[in-house]
Design a binder for this molecule. Sequence first.
Ligand code: NAD
Length: 278
Amino acid sequence: MGKFEGKVAVITGASAGMGRSLAVELARRGAKLAICDLNAAGLEETARQCRALGAEMKVDLINVAERENVLTWADAVAEHFGAVHYVFNNAGIAFSGTVEKTEFKDFERVMDVDFWGVVNGTKAFLPHLLAAGDGHVVNTSSVFGLFSMPTQSAYNAAKFAVRGFTESFRQEMLFTKQPIKVTCVHPGGIKTDIAKNSTTADGDGLEAFNQLFDRIATTSADSAAKTILKGVERGDAKILVGYDAHALDLLIRLSGSSYQRAFAEIGGRLLPKNFLKK
Ligand SMILES: NC(=O)c1ccc[n+]([C@@H]2O[C@H](COP(=O)([O-])OP(=O)(O)OC[C@H]3O[C@@H](n4cnc5c(N)ncnc54)[C@H](O)[C@@H]3O)[C@@H](O)[C@H]2O)c1
């Protein structure tokens, strides 16, 4: 019997991309699923695919940035299934813009979804995971939680924050010997619609940014989901997704802070011209 068979897994941001692929792969492996997203049509399609594989589903329209709704949802999921074993805090949005051009509201929006969404999901489900006695929290950061790039200050801030939050939480669980495993996921470029759904500081450069993303995102969402689940099965602290993520992680660790100057140069050359003003 597989590790996920009969277990209850929660996935945020499951209407598309890696969230959908995680849901479908977990359904294939016999998990019961609670999925949420803002996108009703996409969420229903994910649910349809999972049900076709025999999964029991709870499907809810939830904005992970709305804390009270996440707290209520967590209780409803636990009541519906009787237990919660895995929480994949996957929902996220991308945004690009220089610090100078990015409005405060855009920094806040990215932090609300990409960072607070993860904190909300972790804390809302924590009592239920502890009650289950073998819970696992899987928080999605990014390679942008390992290194910075020009125009990514908002996204970098949120993804570095997810990493810090998740690693500290893992240490607490280890030290207190509580029965919760904690994993931080750092995908490289994954072929999803995240760039198409993204926004930029003043609407500039989105098309060029999408073209760049299409060139550098080489791992499929299905393959990413399989890599994530393999790491989760092993109880890994850190999951790197894709060859690019492994190579970049090694490069950053070897180069220390000197990567910043090199990546500023590379970023400046690769990014759409109107993103970075000289
Ligand atoms: N695609 C990549 O290259 C890549 C790389 C590194 C990290 N990531 C991270 O992986 C995660 C999944 O991204 P993806 O590439 O599958 O993107 P995606 O855009 O395909 O999927 C993200 C999902 O999250 C949902 N979502 C967005 N805001 C939400 C909110 N407030 N509440 C609930 N749902 C919300 C979207 O509707 C969408 O279904 C994100 O956290 C992203 O930052 C992606």
